[in-house]
Structures are given as structure tokens and as C-alpha cells.
Design a protein around this ligand. Structure first.
Ligand SMILES: Nc1ncnc2c1ncn2[C@@H]1O[C@H](COP(=O)(O)OP(=O)(O)O)[C@@H](O)[C@H]1O
Ligand SMILES: [Mg+2]
Length: 503
């Protein structure tokens, strides 16, 4: 049987710059197919060729074995292809309902648009995605990014106009969604698969892809470098394919040195959630926190930082340390990069310079406002260079940056304090693999300068690649503290689950 959709020899240049170079892709009926690659690999451009919104230099397309051409968005629609593009291409001046039915003929009564019936249909469509909180009459412009994405998803996946479509393409749909909303999207995708449709899915989130997809195609520098069944690959291989580097190049080489000086000595730590925490962290050491969701990894970081209250006896370089509040912890040389960096870490509407300087404003409070601004920008520039931030300038608003670059801003800020101890919660999550490599390189460099690092992660590859030792938590209890070197993924997972296999 031929693939449902076959894309061969896709090439596209922009003013002599080859963005797609003989890329190819084959989608089978009834499968979710992941399209992966670093930022700039050409994923979105390939998708735009299929959508008829960008003209290819060369492309050979077949639908169910029959050669086809896609010269406009209308042609793509008629062929049964549906798209959720990465950029939010909604019509902001129109209502939610109007955006949902952009491609359809509005219901009419006496020759006029029947708004009541349109809004009612829109409500039904939204509830198909479990959405009750978005009013159909509301102007698109007034919705949050996440809600706009939900409307786009409903518009492309649900309703009569999409019932006969066979190929659905989703370009990074979950970046702005909550985990609950993501779950509902996955249910919908499951239904599309059962219907025999093909779903092309772009995401940086490896766990998502392993949970959702049957197949994966990897692009690098405009070329297709691999296409594999998900069951025949693993995260580490995908990372190597996307970056074109070996895992050791991605995570950096662990130092040979034996750690000598104790930085942090947690003699006892207990809180509502945590029990039996007791370990030492050496200067320059990276200790990972592993465990299942809810095992207490984030809670432990938050307790050490003083965000949450705990009863503890802790020494920091031999001196008693009291984790009483985040600000006092910052002052004593701790820095924290939380998981929910959008919520807890960054002021999205502020500039890069402002965000980098947030906790350090006091240090710079002498002198006039102008001097302070200039100092701030200068310091921010030096720090963001270290983390290889890609931004137009220090004045650019953080909300305009990609997820990877937002994460780099949080890192730059943590760096500004020259921390003795850096606490990281899911440093690689929601970040494209290219930015990940920068972040890992940078974590490695900091540790080599003597900073102690505690890193909570659910990415086993990341834990095994970066850490010297790994502390395993289970239901709030410390259950093991092991050397990372030589440990396999299966052994680590076994420890997280507390199964016999690992004991
Ligand atoms: N309209 C355009 N003009 C010039 N260059 C572009 C245009 N669109 C994309 N590119 C370039 O093409 C490359 C691939 O981009 P893209 O397809 O968006 O990658 P991905 O989606 O994999 O991150 C990037 O280097 C990008 O800068
Ligand atoms: Mg893209």
C-alpha cells in the first residue's frame, strides 16, 4: 500500500540560502508521525510547502499514490489537508466563532448571517475539546496565547468542514498549553488515528513524542536525516540525530577529578512532603534528582531555596544555613531556575535587561536612573553572551523570545549572582535541542568553576548525561544516592519505580 502522503525531493532556497535540501517525508494512514529537528532545521518551511502558503523550488507530492500539486491554501484544503501553523495566524478582529468557521459558509437566515446559530455551533465545537471557558462571541485579540491555540486546534480538527480531511499537521501546538489541555489534544489525535487519518506532529518534547507517535522523521540543516518507527529508537538516538553530535558532545565530558570540598551538607531535612533527606554536595559536583511525578523533586529544590518551609539542619561551606526565604538564599549565594519559568521566573512583558537584573536591582540601586539603566544593560549583555542568547538586543521583550531563549534569560539571571549553589528544575524542558546543548555546555562550565549544582529532571538521558551522582526520591523519601557513571536508563527507571529489578 502506498503511503497516505508522500513528500519527496523537497527543496527551497531563500535568496540563495538553501533552507530545504531534498527533504522527504512519508505519512501512513492511522499514524501519528513526529517531525523533529533543531530550531531552523526546516520543519515549518516543509509544512508551509504542504499547506500551499510557500512555493517550493522543487517538490514531488503523492496522495494515496496519485501525484498531486498544492499551489494554494485552498488547494491543500480541498485535498483534505489541515494545518495548525506555529505562528498564530488567527484573525484578531473577528470573534472566536468567526475564526472557527473561517473556511466554511456561515449559516444564514433570511439571507443574513445567523449569528445565534453560528455561536451555538462554535460552542459545540469548543466543547468537543472540553473547552467551556471561551465565549464564541469574544474577539480573538482578547484571548491568551494558549486560548488562541485551543481555538486554532478546534478550527483545524473539529467540525463538519474537517470530517473528510485525512492529513492533519500540527506545528508545535502544545508550547502554550497546560498539561490538561495537552491531554485533551492527545485524545483528539487518538480519535483521528482511529479514523484512519495521518497526523504530523512537531514538538521538542521527547516524552510527548514517545507517548503519542508511531513514527518519527528527523531533519537537520534542511535535510531528512532519519525516519524510524518509534519502537525502534530511543531518546538518546534522536538527540544525536537532531544535533549531529554524540551524546558525550551534547552533555559535555564529566570531570575525572575526585570531589574534595563539601559545599552543602544537608544533615536533616523534613517538610510536609519530604522525609529522610540527608546528603552532601561537593563543590563542582552535579547531583541529579530523579523520581516519578509527585516524588518530591521540585519540593526538595524549593525547600533548599526557602520557597517552602522545612525543618532542617544544613551547612553551607561549613556554616549553618537557614533556608528561610528565597531572598535570603539569593543573598547567601544560592540561585534557582524554577520549572514554571513563565509563571515564576520571568516578567514576560519586560525587557531582557530588566529580567536579567531582577533580583540584583538592590545591588545597583546607587547612582541615577540613567546610570543604573546603562549598567544594567551592560551587565545583561555580558551575561546573555555567556549563555549564547539569541535576541535583537537587551531591550527586546522576553515574551517575543523562543522557549529556549527564555530559559537562557533565566540562566543569565541566575549567573548574575555568581552563585555557589545553583538549583535547576527541569532545565531542558520545552527547549529545542540546539538551545539544550548551549544550556548543558553552560551548566558543565559552571560546575568546572566550582559551583555546586542540584538538578531535578524527568529526562533520564539528561540525568545520566550530565550528573555525577543521582539522588532518587520516591513519595517524598530519599531512597537511593548513586553514581551516574555506568548506570543504565533501565536501572535508573527501576530505582524511580522502586521495583525489584533495580534492587
Ligand atoms: N521567509 C523566509 N525568508 C528567509 N528565510 C527563512 C524564511 N522562512 C524561514 N527561513 C529560514 O529557514 C530556516 C528554516 O526555518 P524553519 O523552517 O522555520 O525551521 P524550524 O521550523 O525547523 O525551526 C531558518 O534558517 C529560517 O531562518
Ligand atoms: Mg518551526
Amino acid at each position: 500500500m502506498p503511503p497516505l502522503l508522500s513528500v519527496q525531493n523537497a527543496s527551497k532556497s531563500y535568496s540563495g540560502n538553501k533552507v530545504l535540501d531534498n527533504a522527504w517525508l512519508e505519512l501512513a494512514s492511522g499514524e501519528a508521525h513526529a517531525l523533529m529537528g533543531e530550531n531552523g532545521a526546516g520543519k515549518s518551511t516543509l509544512i508551509k510547502l504542504l499547506a500551499g502558503v510557500v512555493t517550493p523550488d522543487i517538490i514531488d507530492l503523492k496522495l494515496n499514490g496519485t501525484p498531486i500539486q498544492i499551489r494554494s491554501a485552498q488547494e491543500a484544503f480541498v485535498l483534505g489537508l489541515r494545518f495548525i501553523h506555529q505562528e498564530l495566524n488567527v484573525v484578531p478582529q473577528l470573534s472566536v466563532a468567526e475564526n472557527l468557521f473561517l473556511q466554511s459558509v456561515y449559516p444564514k437566515r433570511f439571507g443574513l448571517v445567523d449569528w445565534r446559530s453560528l455561536n451555538k455551533k462554535a460552542k459545540t465545537m469548543l466543547s468537543g475539546l472540553g473547552i467551556e471557558h471561551i465565549a464564541p462571541e469574544k474577539k480573538m485579540a482578547r484571548l491568551s496565547t494558549g486560548d488562541k491555540m485551543l481555538v486554532k486546534i478546534a478550527a483545524a480538527l473539529l467540525g463538519e468542514a474537517n470530517e473528510t480531511a485525512s492529513v492533519f499537521v500540527l506545528d508545535e501546538p502544545t508550547a502554550a498549553l497546560s498539561s490538561e489541555e495537552t491531554g485533551r489534544l492527545f485524545e483528539l489525535i487518538g480519535q483521528l488515528k482511529t479514523r484512519g487519518c495521518a497526523v504530523l506532529y512537531v514538538s521538542h518534547r521527547l516524552e510527548e513524542i514517545f507517548a503519542l507517535c508511531e513514527h518519527v522523521t528527523v531533519m537537520r540543516d534542511g535535510k531528512t536525516v532519519a525516519s524510524k518507527a518509534i519502537s525502534e529508537t530511543k531518546q538518546s538516538e534522536l538527540i544525536e540525530l537532531m544535533t549531529g553530535r554524540s551524546l558525550q558532545q551534547v552533555y559535555g565530558k564529566r570531570g575525572e577529578s575526585v570531589f574534595q570540598d563539601v559545599l552543602l551538607d544537608i544533615q536533616r531535612l523534613e517538610s510536609q512532603k519530604l522525609k529522610g533527606i540527608k546528603f552532601k554536595l561537593f563543590k563542582g559536583e552535579i547531583v541529579g534528582l530523579a523520581g516519578l511525578a509527585g516524588s518530591g523533586r521540585s519540593e526538595l529544590l524549593r525547600a533548599i531555596m526557602g520557597v517552602d518551609a522545612s525543618r532542617h539542619e544544613i551547612l553551607l561551606e561549613g556554616q549553618p544555613f537557614l533556608a528561610s526565604s528565597p531572598s535570603s538564599s539569593w543573598e547567601q549565594g544560592l540561585a534557582f531556575v524554577p520549572e514554571e519559568r513563565r509563571a515564576e521566573g520571568l516578567v514576560l512583558s519586560h525587557s531582557v535587561a530588566n529580567n536579567v537584573a531582577l533580583p540584583h536591582l538592590n545591588q545597583m540601586s546607587h547612582g541615577g536612573v540613567v546610570l543604573k539603566r546603562r549598567l544594567q544593560a551592560k551587565k545583561a549583555r555580558a551575561l546573555t553572551e555567556q549563555v549564547r542568547l539569541k535576541a535583537r538586543g537587551m531591550g527586546q521583550k522576553v515574551k517575543e523570545l523562543s522557549g529556549g531563549n527564555q530559559q537562557k534569560v533565566v540562566f543569565a539571571r541566575a549567573l548574575a549572582a555568581s552563585p555557589r549553589l545553583l538549583l535547576l528544575d527541569e532545565p531542558g524542558r520545552g527547549v529545542d535541542v540546539g538551545a539544550k546543548v548551549d544550556i548543558y555546555t553552560f551548566i558543565r562550565q559552571l560546575s568546572q568553576k566550582g559551583t555546586g549544582i542540584i538538578l531535578a529532571s524527568s529526562d533520564l538521558t539528561e540525568l545520566l548525561g550530565l550528573c555525577d551522582r543521582i539522588l532518587i526520591l520516591h513519595e517524598g523519601k530519599q531512597v537511593a544516592l548513586v553514581k551516574a557513571q555506568g548506570l543504565s536508563q533501565a536501572e535508573l527507571l527501576g530505582l524511580c519505580y522502586q521495583t525489584k529489578a533495580a534492587a
